[in-house]
Ligand binder design. Structure first.
Ligand code: SF4
Length: 259
């Protein structure tokens, strides 16, 4: 269900490294990933997070006013996906891109949607732009249960491959979920992207908030996977870093860990 709202502010200061401001065209996210901690960050009702999406109809207008006194890097979609299905109808992200391009700022976008390909004509005009797609698994069956309304992993990779060469491209592998994560999937993704240029990879762990771990455990049982006891998570993440570094040592790609 979509609810149109009037935003009072467009840009908020971001605490993310290398980013100055965050711009979120929507409140809530139809992708409805089971592991999403967006509702906890934004203090929204978890039940409605993927069911009710609030559309900031006036965002491009407010942004056009605020951008006059702003310089730096802007990330579009920090607690929502800027290319979730609502964007197909409302085009808020696309209208914001137009404003941001006129202001000559740098932008960063991370998405789980191939809809981003629609805006290549706008994205290729930016001088300073990084586009990333998220991969948690390359298994479409598993992806369908944990991130039900996003594009399939192969479609996301294809969207990244199709990005023009002047765009910095990255892979965001996360959250790394025990039993779901496979370093072979990462290698396969790197090989698929290799020819088109992959500039860096970011890895992130699962952010356990509220009942995320319990819900993930339940839903993964549907595809025959069983999560280990939560008490072993820290050790798992310590070991996985070494495995990732070893597996990717033959590829000359910068790697960053957010944990
Ligand atoms: S795409 Fe991102 S914001 Fe949307 S539900 Fe998934 S994790 Fe949350």
């Amino acid at each position: 269900m979509y609810e149109e709202i009037r935003a009072r502010v467009a840009l908020v200061r971001s605490g993310l490294s290398g980013v100055d401001y965050a711009l979120n065209p929507y409140v809530g996210c139809e992708h409805d990933c089971v592991y999403c901690y967006g509702p906890y960050v934004t203090k929204r009702d978890r039940k409605n997070w993927g069911r009710i999406v609030r559309v900031k109809r006036n965002l491009p207008y407010i942004l056009s006013k605020e951008i006059k006194r702003v310089r730096g890097i802007i990330t579009i979609g920090t607690v929502t996906d800027a290319y979730q299905p609502a964007e197909r109808k409302y085009e808020i992200t696309r209208m914001c891109l137009r404003v941001l391009h006129r202001a000559n700022v740098g932008i960063r976008i991370l998405t789980k949607s191939s809809l981003i390909s629609r805006d290549i004509d706008m994205l290729e005009k930016f001088q300073d732009i990084h586009i990333g797609v998220t991969i948690t698994t390359l298994n479409p069956e598993v992806s369908k249960v944990i991130e039900p309304n996003s594009s399939l992993p192969a479609e996301r990779l294809k969207a990244l491959i199709d990005m023009p060469k002047n765009i910095v491209r990255y892979l965001f592998v996360g959250p790394i979920i025990p039993e779901v994560f496979s370093v072979d999937d990462v290698i396969e993704a790197v090989q698929r992207l290799g020819g088109s240029g992959l500039d860096y990879i970011i890895f992130d762990k699962l952010r356990v908030r509220g009942d995320i771990y319990e819900r993930l455990s339940l839903i993964l049982r549907d595809v025959g996977l069983s999560l280990p006891d939560i008490s072993g998570l820290n050790r798992y993440y310590r070991n996985i870093k070494a495995n990732i570094l070893k597996a990717l040592s033959d590829y000359n790609i910068p790697i960053f860990f957010e944990f």
